[in-house]
Design a protein around this ligand. Structure first.
Ligand SMILES: Cc1cc2nc3c(=O)[nH]c(=O)nc-3n(C[C@H](O)[C@H](O)[C@H](O)COP(=O)(O)OP(=O)(O)OC[C@H]3O[C@@H](n4cnc5c(N)ncnc54)[C@H](O)[C@@H]3O)c2cc1C
Length: 355
């Protein structure tokens, strides 16, 4: 069986890994000359946003033998809203190393796969029809929604502008800071992830603004939060949130961000990317129904999307009250530390009122 994967990112390589287990060596096309983004990023996974009640890394290893080692656990989360500071401690999630480095998530995945790899090879959107004729299956794992848009299956919900910067200073590793301030992030977040004791990455995500406005928002954030550290390097991303009407068209499968499987509230997509890559491989080789397999992920994302709807539609006070309730010590401990109540459960309740 001939399978092509477009994009050697998180979801594409997870798909290749599972295909290998099922006896297939896919062709993997990657536009970059190296595996992983050129910049060092740090990806966050918080337990409270997890669909799987088990630890997803343990699940991936136990069920599929896929080994992923995070850079460190998240032990402390400090959240600032306009008038409140909430601190939660415990085993809250993980920080992943990303980018070109040896220990990055992408490099770890790459070490575990066997594929015919075509680096520095950009697959133009217009080639999709040709590829789908040449291969038995094509997996679109490009991290963006151009191809589903071209094929008319994208329902775009939002465009997020993201800027990250490396700053120097003194930081506590394993401690993540986040700010939820509508004045510069609209209905999204800013967060700081320490990379070491003297380096951190600060990222602002702002929805419904133009790229030009991002610079102004970034400066507003720096002033408001009194960030006096040296900013060593910055870079920008734009990503499009949205669901797909269908994640499979004939022998074409959409996984990860290209499949609309990123949450548009926090911008988390690593775990869904890995899971959808694996599930697409199962569908291709074992004949399982891909759309059905990812339905739970989509439902989970829809529930998280309800936070966004609430933030957009609610009066400022409603949003403030909600963040205050979530921030009550008892409630935040249940949400962040246990498996009983998670953000998508609350989102599901919110959805009944705001839709
Ligand atoms: C700044 C930033 C911070 C983030 N932080 C977090 C976080 O903290 N936690 C979290 O869970 N998620 C985070 N995300 C989201 C997360 O990175 C993605 O959800 C995840 O990487 C999805 O994987 P993917 O395989 O869909 O896409 P990617 O990992 O982006 O991989 C896509 C790959 O396809 C290649 N490619 C693209 N187009 C083509 C083409 N036409 N031909 C060939 N190759 C192509 C790209 O070069 C890339 O290697 C963040 C995203 C950004 C931008």
């Amino acid at each position: 069986m001939k399978v092509a994967i477009i994009g050697a990112g998180v979801s594409g390589m997870a798909c290749a890994f599972r295909l290998n287990q099922l006896g297939i060596k896919p062709a993997l096309f990657e536009r970059r000359p190296i595996i992983g983004d050129v910049v060092n990023l740090y990806g966050l996974h918080l337990k409270c946003f997890n669909l799987f009640s088990n630890n997803p890394l343990v699940l991936f290893e136990k069920k599929y033998g896929l080994r992923i080692k995070p850079m460190c656990p998240v032990k402390k989360l400090v959240m600032y809203s306009s008038d409140k500071k909430i601190t939660v401690r415990g085993r809250l999630g993980y920080i992943f190393n990303r980018g070109p480095g040896k220990t990055s998530l992408e490099r770890q995945l790459f070490e575990q796969i066997d594929a015919h790899i075509f680096m520095d090879t950009y697959i133009m959107d217009s080639l999709i029809d040709e590829l789908s004729k040449e291969f038995d299956a094509v997996v679109v794992a490009t991290g963006c929604t151009n191809i589903p848009k071209r094929l008319g299956v994208l329902k775009e919900t939002s465009i997020m502008q993201v800027r990250s910067g490396i700053i120097d200073g003194s930081f506590e590793t394993g401690q993540v800071l986040s700010w939820m301030k509508t004045e510069y992030s609209n209905n999204s977040f800013t967060y700081l992830i320490p990379a070491s004791e003297n380096r951190a990455v600060i990222t602002i995500i702002a929805d419904n603004i133009t790229p030009a406005e991002l610079d102004y928002r970034w400066k507003q954030m720096i002033i408001t939060e009194n960030i006096t550290n040296n900013i060593l390097e910055t870079w920008e991303h734009e990503y499009h949130g949205g669901r797909l009407k269908t994640n499979q068209i004939g022998n074409i499968y959409f996984v990860g961000n290209a499949g609309g499987l990123i949450d548009d509230f926090m911008g988390f997509g690593i775990i869904n990317g890995i899971a959808s890559g694996i599930l697409a491989a199962d569908a291709i080789v074992l004949g399982t129904d891909y759309q059905k397999s990812i339905a739970a992920i989509q439902k989970h994302l829809d529930h998280i999307h309800c936070f966004k709807l609430l933030a957009e539609k609610a009066e400022k006070d409603t949003w403030k009250r909600l963040t205050q309730v979530i921030g009550l010590p008892g409630i935040s401990n249940i949400i962040y530390k246990t498996s009983f109540l998670k953000f998508h459960h609350i989102g599901s309740l919110i959805g009944k009122f705001v839709k």
